[in-house]
Ligand binder design. Sequence first.
Ligand code: B12
Length: 238
Amino acid sequence: MNETYARLADAIEWGDEDEAKVYVQRALDEGYDPAEIVKEAMSEGVKRAGDRFNAGEFFLPELMLTGEAMKAGLSIVMPIILAQMEGQEEESKVKIMMGTVEGDVHDIGKNICLAMLQAQGFDVIDLGVDNDEDWIVEQVKKEQPDILGLGSYMTTTMIHIPPTFERLHREGLTDNMKLLAGGVAVNRRWAMEVAKADGYADDAWGMIDLVNEILDLTEPSEEREDIGYGRGEKVKIR
Ligand code: B12
């Protein structure tokens, strides 16, 4: 890892908002790719903070600082990422709804996904955080999205995804809607085999590719490890 990325990862890990901004800006000034800055340096910082939490070295206040430092860094780099994406795609009528499941308030990753989907011209609906099954079903009936993405970031909340998906199937709401699962608690195998999702992506960039493939807006890619794509049929766009 280069010197600037190393400092940026440290700033996120140790929850220093000011340094996070300084090193994001420095990485940009040094010509590094904005997406790579998020994926390589910033994600490494949050991962390390999580590892320290697991090791009993960090507690909730430290995680909060890490979250704030991540947001501070993102406030500089995301507008650039979004500006690069805008105008590449036509406005689309495809509606994508996303939220986190019951008991889960981690929203930084979900918000990145939504911002990038919106920049790609999709019509996005943010369900916010901590959505219980009944609420999700009600919102799906009301908004009739083409794609629903549920995020879980903790092993204690991922259990809500399979019953919610099952219920949406049972109530006949998935004939014209695809279901995606994601978030740090979820991996591809669990999403596809246990939750029976139609798709999984391990980051926001993968999610954009996945959505485009599901909607048949791009050619199918080679078999990839970072995204999963299920049931096969394409969504019929209303
Ligand atoms: C910041 C943080 C917090 C902040 C959250 C602030 C916020 N507004 O989001 C605060 C301090 C509130 C918090 C609280 C807690 N946290 Co916390 N937190 C984190 C931390 C360090 C970073 C999360 C983050 O923002 N990552 C950065 C984003 C960009 O990455 P991402 O979320 O993975 O999102 C990307 C992809 O997953 C994907 N994606 C995201 N959503 C979706 C959805 C779909 C459908 C798809 C396809 C893709 C997709 O795209 C995103 C962008 O590329 C993680 C550690 C980690 N390794 O992630 C722990 C972590 C998630 N927290 C953890 C824990 C335990 C907690 C607490 C229980 C701590 C406590 N004792 O109170 C509470 C629970 C709060 C609750 N009820 O939800 C644990 C969970 C462990 C587990 N059991 O699984 C983790 C993993 C830390 C660890 N131990 O390793 N946390």
